[in-house]
Design a protein around this ligand. Sequence first.
Ligand SMILES: *Cc1c(COP(=O)(O)O)cnc(C)c1O
Length: 397
Amino acid sequence: MTNRTGRHFLQIPGPTNTPLPILAAIAKPTIDHRGPEFAKLGLEVLTGIRTIFKTSGPVIIYPASGTGAWEAALVNTLSPGDRVLMFETGWFATLWNKMAKRLGIEAEFIKGDWRSGVNADAIEARLAEDKAHTIKAVAVVHNETSTGATSNIAAVRRAIDNAGHPALLLVDTISSLGSIDYRHEEWGVDVTVGGSQKGLMLPPGLSFNAISDKAVAAAKKAKLPRSFWDWEDMLAINEKGFFPYTPSTNLLQGLSVAIQMLHEEGLDNVFARHDRAAEATRRCVHHWGLEIQCQNPQEYSSSLTAVRLPEGYSADGLRAEILTRCNMSLGNGLGPLADRVFRIGHLGDFHDLMVTGVLSGVEMGLRVCGIPHQSGGVEVAMNYLSGNARATAQAAE
Ligand SMILES: *Cc1c(COP(=O)(O)O)cnc(C)c1O
């Protein structure tokens, strides 16, 4: 099991494949995080990352996984006993909800079906009932990585505004940032939570809070205990490009290159590349005759596709077979979807051959495991990708 031949295909929906230029930057010697060379790097990444979140305001960078930045978003803006409205899109929304409760927040959870995104009308209805404005924040996941459903954040913003409600808007964009269009400022988001290991193509270990003026003001009154996560210390010293404690110096070296790479390709091209890979994947899955977990085509995720297996077949068995034969890792089903669903990550650093390669591995796995399907899905994906590539080239001429 330990020495498989051939290159490993890391096709889980994060962590994603890290491109060589980023790995090379991370491999450079660690520099003095209080020295002059670091200040330049610090300012570069602290301003550069704003362009990825599409905000002119501050973005806090933590040496932590995404879960840390979830906690930071809550403890900086809320007080014990505050009410927060959340929506059950899937596993990640559930984990954030549990965390809020553990922190002593009254976290309401609007029930969802794990097959679609946030219902903005339900948010609006609940906020409209809350005449006394006891709800202090609405917290939702933009791209639910357990189901492959992307929610309309602009619609959630409108729901809050339509209800005339002052609640803060907190959004998790961990598996969409750098893969699916996201606009912190334009959508009026107060705290956006991001992570390094998905669309940003870095290894795990960095996470982010993009914050609005309203969030900074809320932090001045918020009474939940916090120390490591405190924005105030960060904001003060970030002005000079430094951090209050040792940052992940090498990951920041990588982040600087990741931001450059995203801009060299152009964010819109990055998003279009993800849309295209997702469409090719879905056409293939449909041809196989398998069901996609997300049931609303308008909410199909461009960064991953969760695929359901027919009753009586094991998704974990399929993944294990594919790992053994093809040295490829696919995402597992989370929570109630365990063994029912497998997830194909198509986000970060990839091209058409990787997309069709992944689909080939899955189709071979289906065959080997005797899972009923119509063969030829990869052909359908290739037709889409090659046809589309020609059309794109013609349009550019
Ligand atoms: C990956 C992910 C997380 C968790 O981040 P960690 O880095 O594992 O702590 C949270 N939310 C979403 C939507 C994710 O995809």
